[in-house]
Write a protein that binds this ligand. Structure first.
Ligand code: ZN
Length: 620
C-alpha cells in the first residue's frame, strides 16, 4: 500500500480508520467453528444503474452442501496490504438464505459469521446487498455509472474449511458497461474463475463506464483501466504507458522473471481525495488519486511501488503473513522490507528506467532523509508492528521512508563490501527463490544470512540492533561517501498556514484538518470551512500553497486576513503570517569521490554490478 503522501500528518488517515476491534476476544470457548463442507461455490455480483442509484452491489452466493450441520459463512475483516481492520460484514444488509423457493433459517454465530440451517437442501443460495460507499482501495465504492470492489468485501468463505477451494464470479451489469479485473475469464459470459480463495479475493474489480486499453510490456499483456472516462486521455495516458514500459523491465531484472500472466492497473481519479493512495495485488493494483496527480512523477512513483509489490510482499512475503489470515490482524516486524524496500525499488525503477535522472533519484532520497529527521524517532520493527492500531504520534508509517533508506544503506554496504560485485538485488532474488518459490514466507534466519552472504560474509548483527530493532540515527556520514555521495542541508524559513485540505466535487477547497498551534488555528479556521482567500491570494485549486508561500515569504508577523465560507456565511478571520523553519536536505554526487565509490554510485543508478574489478556488467 502507499498512504496518501500530500498531507502534513498521518493523523488524518488514521482518523478515518475504524477502532481496532478486539477480534481475538471473539473466539468462543471450545472447538473452533466449522462449517458443513461446501462445494461448487459461485459468487454473482449485480451492478446496474438501479443498484448504482442505491450505491449498492447485489450479491448472490450459491453452493452445494456436502455434509451435515449448519453452513457458516464468514466475511474477511481486512484486505491484505491494507494493515487495518475494516470488518466488511458491517456493509452487508438484506441477508436472505433459500433452497430453491424455500426460505431457510439463519442467524449469526459472531459479528462477521452467518449461520444457515440448510434443512437437508443440497443447493443453497444466500443473497445480500453490500453498501459500496467507502472511497478506500481496500473497500467498495460506487458512482451512478461505476463501482469498484474487492473480493474481501463481498465474498464470504466457509468457516474452518481452509482456503483451497475453487470458485467462480459472475458480474452482471448494464449493457455497454465494462468489467476490468485480474481474474481469469471462465467460459460463461461475464464469468471468472480462480483455483483458490486467496487468489480469488486478491483480484479487485472495476465495473461500469471506464477507459480501458492494453499493451505488451516486457512480453506480457498489461491493461490500464481508468475512471471516469476521459480523465486520463491523450498525452497523459501515453506518458503513464511510457513510464510503465520503462520501469517494469528494470523491476523484473532484479528477480529475473515477470511473475504474472497479465497485469492490470486500475485507477480512479476523484476530487474527493486531496492526495493519492494505492493498494497492491499479485497481478493488479488499485490507485485512487486527486486528478492533480495526472502527469506527475509522483503518479509514476506510486505506480512503480505497487507493481514492485507483485514480487515483494505478494510473492516474497514475511512468514508472519504466510498464509494470509482474513479474520485477525497479522502483526509483522518486516514491513520495512515489504513496504520500505519496495519504495526504494520504486525509486530505483524510476532512475534505472530513465523516468527520472540521477539528480531526481537523489532528490527523492534526500526528501526521505529530511522526512525521517522531522518525525519522532521509532525503530523500524516497532513502527511495523504498531501500524495495525494506527498510532497518532506520527510514527505509524515510518517504515516507508525509513525502511526505504535502510534498503539504500544495505545496498551501499553490500556493494562496498563486495567491490560492487553484489547488491541488494542479490538478496531479494535469493529470498524470492529460497522462500517464495519453496512455498513459504521468509524469516530473520533467511534475511540476515542472505544479506551477509551478498556482502562477502560481513556481519549485519550490529546494523540490525542499531537501525532496524533500534532507534539509532542512520550513519549517513559513513554510508554516503561509500557511494560517492554527500549530503548538504539548508534551513529554509517559509510561511505555513497549517491546514490539510481537499477539493470537493464542486471544486471548492475544504479544510479537512487544522494543525494544532498553526497560523490557521490561531485565526480560528475550522474543519469544514471552505477556503476562499489568504490575504490577496485567492484560493482556486489544491496547489494554493505554492502561491501563498511565494507571496508571503518575507512577511513574518504581518496581518493575514483569511476569508472562509462557513455554512452560508462568508467570514474574514484575522491571522498572522508565520514563517516556519524547515531543513532541506539535498544529496549530490561528490566530485571528489574515490574510483570505487564512483562505480558503486553508477551501479545503484543503473542496476549494474561487476564481474571483475573494472568490468561493468549490465543487468539487461
Ligand atoms: Zn506498499
Amino acid at each position: 500500500m502507499t498512504p496518501t503522501p500530500s498531507l502534513w500528518t498521518a493523523a488524518i488517515a488514521a482518523a478515518s480508520l475504524l477502532p481496532a476491534s478486539a477480534a481475538a476476544q471473539r473466539q468462543v470457548a471450545g472447538a473452533p467453528a466449522r462449517s458443513a463442507p461446501l462445494a461448487n461455490i459461485r459468487y454473482e455480483v449485480t451492478f446496474d444503474s438501479t443498484a448504482a442509484a442505491r450505491r449498492t452491489l447485489k450479491v448472490a452466493v450459491s453452493f452445494d452442501v456436502g455434509g451435515p450441520g449448519p453452513v457458516l459463512l464468514s466475511f474477511p475483516s481486512w484486505t491484505p496490504g491494507s494493515y487495518e481492520l475494516n470488518n466488511f460484514a458491517r456493509f452487508v444488509g438484506g441477508f436472505t438464505a433459500s433452497a430453491g423457493d424455500k426460505p431457510l433459517d439463519w442467524d449469526k454465530l459472531d459479528y462477521d459469521t452467518w449461520r444457515i440451517d440448510p434443512a437437508g437442501a443440497r443447493t443453497v443460495t444466500v443473497r445480500f446487498d453490500y453498501r459500496a460507499e467507502t472511497l478506500d482501495n481496500a473497500a467498495a465504492w460506487s458512482r451512478p455509472d461505476f463501482a469498484f470492489f474487492n473480493g474481501t468485501n463481498l465474498f464470504p468463505y466457509p468457516e474452518g474449511r481452509g482456503f483451497t477451494f475453487p470458485a467462480t464470479v459472475t458480474v452482471k451489469t448494464q449493457p455497454g458497461w465494462l468489467v476490468a479485473t485480474g481474474m481469469q475469464s471462465a467460459p460463461a459470459p461475464g464469468s471468472y474463475r480462480e483455483g483458490n480463495y486467496h487468489d480469488l479475493i486478491d483480484m479487485p474489480f472495476f465495473v461500469g463506464r471506464m477507459d480501458v486499453d492494453s499493451m505488451q510490456v516486457d512480453g506480457k499483456w498489461h491493461r490500464l483501466a481508468t475512471y471516469p472516462t476521459g480523465a486520463m486521455a491523450g498525452p497523459a495516458r501515453s506518458l503513464l504507458w511510457d513510464q510503465i514500459e520503462k520501469m517494469v523491465p528494470k523491476m523484473a531484472a532484479v528477480f529475473r522473471e515477470t511473475p504474472w500472466r497479465t497485469y492490470t492497473t486500475l485507477l480512479v481519479f476523484t476530487r474527493e481525495v486531496g492526495g493519492g493512495s494505492a493498494l497492491e495485488h499479485s497481478n493488479s493494483h488499485v490507485g485512487i488519486y486527486n486528478p492533480g496527480f495526472i502527469g506527475t512523477p509522483l503518479l509514476a512513483s506510486i505506480t512503480a511501488h505497487e507493481i514492485f509489490h507483485a514480487w515483494n510482499v505478494k510473492r516474497l512475503r514475511p512468514a508472519g503473513l504466510w498464509p494470509y489470515d482474513y479474520d485477525e490482524p497479522q502483526e509483522t516486524p518486516w514491513l520495512w522490507v515489504s513496504e520500505g524496500i519496495t519504495d526504494y525499488y520504486a525509486d530505483l525503477a524510476l532512475v534505472r528506467g530513465g523516468v527520472v535522472d540521477s539528480a531526481g533519484f537523489l532528490g527523492l532520497t534526500g526528501e526521505k532523509i529530511a522526512q525521517v529527521a522531522t518525525e519522532p524517532e521509532t525503530a523500524l520493527e516497532d513502527a511495523s508492528l504498531s501500524t495495525w492500531i494506527g498510532p497518532i504520534d506520527g510514527t505509524q508509517y515510518q517504515y516507508y521512508p525509513k525502511g526505504s533508506l535502510a534498503g539504500f544503506m544495505l545496498d551501499v554496504l553490500i556493494r562496498d563490501a563486495s567491490d560492487n560485485r553484489r547488491s541488494l538485488d542479490d538478496v531479494m532474488r535469493e529470498l524470492y527463490r529460497s522462500a517464495y518459490k519453496k512455498g513459504r514466507g521468509f524469516t530473520a534466519a533467511d534475511w540476515w544470512p542472505a544479506v551477509s552472504r551478498a556482502a562477502g560474509g560481513r556481519s549485519f548483527t550490529e546494523f540490525n540492533v542499531k537501525y532496524v530493532d533500534g532507534r539509532d540515527p542512520f550513519p549517513w556520514s559513513d554510508v554516503l561517501p561509500r557511494a560517492g555521495l554527500r549530503q548538504m542541508s539548508d534551513t529554509v524559513r517559509e510561511p505555513r498556514i497549517g491546514l490539510a485540505t481537499a477539493q470537493d466535487s464542486a471544486g471548492a477547497i475544504v479544510v479537512q484538518e487544522v494543525q494544532p498551534g498553526g497560523a490557521a488555528q490561531e485565526a480560528g479556521v475550522q474543519a469544514g470551512d471552505r477556503l476562499l482567500a489568504l490575504g490577496d491570494v485567492a484560493i482556486m485549486d489544491p496547489d494554493f500553497g505554492t502561491a501563498f508561500r511565494a507571496r508571503f515569504g518575507k512577511n513574518e508577523g504581518d496581518s493575514l486576513p483569511i476569508r472562509v465560507l462557513r455554512g452560508a456565511d462568508t467570514l474574514t478571520l484575522h491571522g498572522v503570517v508565520r514563517l516556519i523553519a524547515r531543513v532541506e536536505t539535498r544529496l549530490a554526487a561528490d566530485p571528489g569521490a574515490s574510483e570505487k565509490a564512483g562505480r558503486i554510485r553508477h551501479g545503484i543508478f543503473t542496476g549494474a554490478v561487476e564481474e571483475k574489478a573494472g568490468t561493468v556488467k549490465g543487468k539487461k
